[in-house]
Design a protein around this ligand. Sequence first.
Ligand code: GLC
Length: 505
Amino acid sequence: MDASGDGVGDLAGITSKLDYISALGVDAIWLSPFYPSPMADFGYDVSNYTGVHDLFGTMTDFDELLAEAHSRNLKLIIDWVPNHTSDQHPWFAESRSSRINDKRDWYVWRDGAPDGGPPNNWMAAFRRAGRAWTFDESTGQWYLHSFLAEQPDLNWDNPEVEAAMHDTLRFWLDKGVDGFRIDVAHKIGKDPGLTDNPADVEEFTALDPMRRHDQDWPSAHERLAAIRRVVDDYPGRMIVGEVYILDLERLMDYVNASDELHLSHNFVFLHQPWDADAFRKLLEGMEELTSPEAWAAWFLNNHDHSRVATRYGPHAVRAAALLVLTLRGTPFLFQGEELGLPDAPVSPDQEVDVDGRDPERAPIPWEAPSSNGPGAGFSSGAPWLPITPEAERLNAATQSEDPGSTLSFYRRLIRLRRQTVCLQSGSFELLSSPKEGLAYVRGEAEHRMLVVINFSDAEVCFEGALAGLQGTARVALATDPESRPHEVDLRAVPLSPGEGLILHL
Ligand code: GLC
């Protein structure tokens, strides 16, 4: 939400929408980076870890947002980007100024290979960025950047870097933030020998068993444990890592460790096709690998990926929400997902992101364009990215009034979860079900709830007897807005295409 009218969302805008966020029923907000930044990667290129970018407001605006959030019992988590800074950060300016500068070793500088090329074969995560190395003419060496050349990697092998970064955490912890989302947490440990990666390692290769040298090194775990110790000095704070590893076993190393991150986002989950069998296999795999202390973090939408309404299609929106909000773990939602927003079409001349992520980042339509103008209540100016053409139907104001809307469904679903202990912390048991669907039970003491979801576009029938269930059960929530609370016979529970139900057993 843009309060200043410059077309870009800002802190004061978020503060003005806290009542909407409260009404949604969530417990916490995660803010993407709002620090001073040249915005080569939309704030993930930080030039000052303890400031606020003018574009987003002032430190006073931040303090106000934090206080207003807390007064509504909303926690505030902020994004912390430890792997790299902006090339405009004063640390990097010093580091690149000469080979003998005190901060030279705060970044990863190396001589080129004997053939004059980069020091090794590591590639940047963004395809358009190419190699992970850039040659610096003035000092005649190469520096490492896992993302853009404007995002040089900090050298976490240097204890001074680690200490300085811990101080940035303390700055925000002292202010009272409730925790951090740690950007590319698995990348703060790399092979200090800078060994080449195996030739066919590709970023985001699913289930790649090969050891990569540019991330997920054992030192990442030690460093996360040290970060946890800093955070644990402050009661009640939380760290969630963006651990973008698509090998379930390696990911679980981060989830299972009880003295590192509290939570790790599970990208294997996000990468599943909309297919019940795929999710079933993943959930079974996780159950096998999860330690009793581990606590999952589920999500199917974020600022780096096509939205569910586009990736899976509009028919999957409610069923996907039901899944994310009833699995055992902490669910994360992405702004606008509660409206069922699709990706916005972005023409080449409107593109601003280097990695094709504009469509999912398009602003929230707060009001109908027909009554509030082309900015759809997001901005009185020209929005930084196009507003979805479906704003007239999908805007927040219109959906708020409509009990059958996706927004009303999310509100009911989140309310049910808040009121129901077994959906929050109860046990999880997968049941046998038709292969087009998923069925599981969440249980806590005497209370058990059954969740059944039909992933297909045909009707399927869940037969309770095959899963050891008998008698009747009362529907607590259905994806179908027309459905009223009713009892179903567990011998045969028919599910229409894309339908999901939560039932009291
Ligand atoms: C993470 C962020 C992404 C950013 C990248 C580099 O993946 O989610 O938006 O571009 O890190 O910081």
